[in-house]
Design a protein around this ligand. Structure first.
Ligand SMILES: Nc1nc2c(ncn2[C@@H]2O[C@H](COP(=O)(O)O[C@H]3[C@@H](O)[C@H](n4cnc5c(=O)[nH]c(N)nc54)O[C@@H]3COP(=O)(O)O)[C@@H](O)[C@H]2O)c(=O)[nH]1
Length: 516
C-alpha cells in the first residue's frame, strides 16, 4: 500500500513536473508570439499612417503640412515623429524638428531591412531617450516618409507578474540591432537564462523572452502540490485533475488579478482657477500599482482593459476608491468637483447611470460634485443615444465634460449635439498657444463656441506661466497641468489641498472670507 503510494507519488512528481514545464514552455512561447504580433501591428499602424499622410498631400515641409502631421502624430501614441526623407534615407525635414536632437545617429538606406513584401524598410533609430523603430515607406519622386515608433512601452506588460523580476523581453531587428527591452531591474543579470524566440513572418523583427531557469521551478508551484496530492490519491487521474488546477496566464489574466487585488489606484490632478490659482476640483487618473512596487501608466493598460471588457470594472473600482479617499474633502467643500474618465462604450452600456448613482449615493457625495469626462478621441458612434445619456446624467445633477477637444473626432456640431457642460481643450493646443498665432485663434474660437452653448472651458497640460497668460487672454478660466501639480497619490494630493487651505487658497477659506 505504502510502496504503491510512493510509486504513484514518484510517478506523480515526474509527470506533474513535466506537465508544468510543458505548460510553462507553451505559455512563454505564446507570450513571445504576443510581443511579435504587437510589434507587427505597430508597424502596420505606422505604414497606414504614412499612407494616409501621403494620400492627403502632406508629404511636404510646408509649415501647414507639418502642423497637420504633428496633430496626426499626437493622436497616435506609438508614433513619436514623422520625417520626410530622400531616397537614400537622408532627412529633409521632421514634424517635430527637436526630435532630431535626440538622435544619436541615422541609418543609411543600405543598412535598412526590407519587409517581406518589400513595401517597407525597417531600421533602428538610436536616440538619447532609448532606441526607436524607423519605418520607411517610399512615396515616389525619390522621396520617402519615415515614422519613428516608440516600441519599449509595448514590451513591459507582457511578462507574468511572478516572472517579471526574473526575466527580460527583447525586441530586435533580425540583423541584431536592438529596438526595445523590458527588464524590471536593468542591472540584474540572469544567472541561468533560457531563451524563447520568435521571428515575424512579415517583418525583419525578432522577439526574445529570456527567463531565469531557477524561477521556473517556483512559477506555477501552486499547481505542483495539488498535482502530487491528487496523483497519490487517484493515480492515473492526476493529469486530468492537474489541468483543473492550472492557472490562467497572460496580460488579460494579469489585469484580472490586479482588479481582484485592488491594484488600480486613483491619482488626482488639480483643476485650478487660472487667475486665483484656487483648486476647484481634480481629475482622477488611474495608475496600476503592482505588488513589485512598479507604477504602470494608464496608456500601457487602458487599451487592453478596453478591448478585453475590463475597463468597466476598473472604472467602478477606481471611482469607489476615489470617493472614499476624498470623501472628507468633498463633504467640506461642496463646490469641489471630482472628474472621472469614462470611455464611450462604458457610457453607453446598460446600467451605467444606475451604477453611477448608487456608487456616488453610497459614498454620500452629491451628484453635483461628479464630472463625467468623455474623451473626444474615440468616436461616439451613436451620438443620439450619447446625447440622451448626457441629458439624463445632467437631470440627475451630474456634470459632463468633453475631453481632448480639438484633437478628436467631433466637429463643432457634434460638440454642440452632445449637450455637455464643459469642454477640455487638449494639451496639443496649450503646448503651442504662446508661440503660434493660429493656435490662439483656435482656442479663442472654442471659447466663443463654449460661451454660446453655456459651457465652461478647462485647458489641459499647462506647464508655464506664459501659457496661463495666453489662455487667460483667450478667455479660458480654468486649467490643469504640471504647473500646479502632476497627478498625485491621495496622500500628496490631500497635503497639497491642506497647504492651499493654510495659504487661504481653497474654496472653504474663500467662502468664509466672503461671508466675514
Ligand atoms: N478611461 C480611462 N482613461 C484614463 C484613466 N486615467 C487616465 N486615463 C487616460 O490615459 C491617458 C494618459 O493619462 P496620464 O498618463 O495620467 O496623463 C494625463 C496627465 O498626467 C497628463 N498631463 C496633465 N498635465 C500635464 C502637463 O502639464 N504636461 C504633460 N506632459 N502631461 C500632463 O495628461 C493626461 C491627462 O489626461 P486627460 O485629461 O484625461 O486627457 C489619458 O488620455 C487619460 O485620459 C481612467 O481612469 N480611465
Amino acid at each position: 500500500m505504502l510502496s504503491g503510494a510512493v510509486t504513484f507519488g514518484l510517478g506523480g512528481h515526474f509527470a506533474a513536473t513535466q506537465f508544468i514545464h510543458d505548460q510553462q514552455a507553451r505559455h512563454l512561447e505564446e507570450l513571445t508570439e504576443v510581443v511579435t504580433r504587437r510589434s507587427e501591428f505597430a508597424v502596420d499602424f505606422a505604414a497606414a499612417s504614412l499612407d494616409q499622410l501621403a494620400s492627403r498631400g502632406l508629404a511636404t515641409c510646408d509649415p501647414a503640412a507639418l502642423q497637420a502631421i504633428r496633430l496626426h502624430v499626437y493622436r497616435r501614441s506609438a508614433v513619436k515623429d514623422v520625417r520626410l526623407v530622400n531616397a537614400d534615407g537622408s532627412v529633409i525635414c521632421s514634424a517635430y524638428s527637436e526630435t532630431l536632437e535626440f538622435d544619436k545617429g541615422w541609418v543609411d538606406r543600405g543598412d535598412m531591412l526590407a519587409s517581406r513584401d518589400a513595401g517597407l524598410m525597417l531600421f533602428r533609430v538610436e536616440q538619447f531617450g532609448g532606441d526607436a523603430l524607423g519605418v520607411l515607406r517610399d512615396i515616389g519622386n525619390n522621396k520617402a516618409l519615415v515614422a519613428i515608433l516608440g516600441i519599449n512601452s509595448s514590451l513591459f506588460d507582457i511578462m507574468p507578474a511572478e516572472l517579471r523580476a526574473h526575466g527580460q523581453v527583447l525586441l530586435a531587428l533580425t540583423n541584431g540591432a536592438q529596438l526595445g527591452e523590458f527588464m524590471l531591474d536593468a542591472d540584474k543579470a540572469l544567472p541561468h537564462p533560457v531563451d524563447f524566440e520568435k521571428r515575424s513572418a512579415r517583418y525583419p523583427l525578432r522577439t526574445t523572452i529570456r527567463i531565469d531557469r531557477t524561477v521556473l521551478s517556483t512559477w506555477n508551484s501552486q499547481a505542483y502540490w495539488p498535482a502530487i496530492a491528487l496523483s497519490l490519491a487517484l493515480g492515473a487521474l492526476f493529469g486530468l485533475l492537474l489541468s483543473r488546477t492550472r492557472r490562467v496566464e497572460g496580460p488579460v489574466a494579469d489585469l484580472d488579478r490586479a482588479l481582484a487585488r485592488g491594484e488600480f489606484s486613483p491619482y488626482f490632478q488639480p483643476i485650478f482657477d487660472l487667475k486665483t490659482r484656487q483648486i476647484k476640483g481634480c481629475e482622477i487618473l488611474v495608475r496600476w500599482l503592482r505588488a513589485d512596487g512598479s507604477v504602470v501608466p494608464p496608456m500601457n493598460f487602458i487599451p487592453l482593459a478596453e478591448s478585453s471588457g475590463r475597463i468597466q470594472g476598473m472604472t467602478w473600482q477606481l471611482l469607489g476608491r476615489a470617493l472614499a479617499d476624498l470623501q472628507p474633502h468633498l463633504k467640506a467643500d461642496k463646490e469641489f468637483k471630482l472628474s472621472l474618465n469614462v470611455v464611450p462604450k462604458h457610457l453607453l452600456s446598460a446600467g451605467f447611470i444606475e451604477t453611477l448613482r448608487s456608487t456616488v449615493g453610497a459614498a454620500k457625495v452629491s451628484t453635483r460634485q461628479i464630472v463625467i469626462e468623455v474623451t473626444e478621441r474615440d468616436e461616439l458612434d451613436d451620438l443620439v443615444r450619447a446625447a440622451a445619456v448626457v441629458s439624463e446624467l445632467r437631470d440627475h445633477g451630474f456634470r459632463v465634460a468633453i475631453d481632448d477637444v480639438g484633437v478628436g473626432h467631433s466637429g463643432l456640431s457634434r460638440l454642440k449635439a452632445l449637450g455637455a457642460n464643459t469642454i477640455k481643450i487638449d494639451k496639443f493646443f496649450v503646448d503651442t498657444i504662446a508661440v503660434d498665432a493660429s493656435t490662439t485663434t483656435i482656442v479663442e474660437m472654442l471659447v466663443a463656441l463654449a460661451r454660446d452653448l453655456s459651457m465652461s472651458v478647462i485647458a489641459e497640460g499647462i506647464e508655464t506661466e506664459e501659457q496661463v497668460r495666453a489662455l487667460i487672454s483667450c478667455g479660458v478660466e480654468e486649467g490643469q497641468g504640471y504647473l500646479v501639480a502632476a497627478p498625485l497619490p491621495v496622500k500628496e494630493f490631500v497635503e497639497l489641498l491642506e497647504r492651499r487651505k493654510s495659504a487661504g487658497l481653497d474654496g472653504t477659506t474663500q467662502k468664509a472670507a466672503l461671508v466675514a
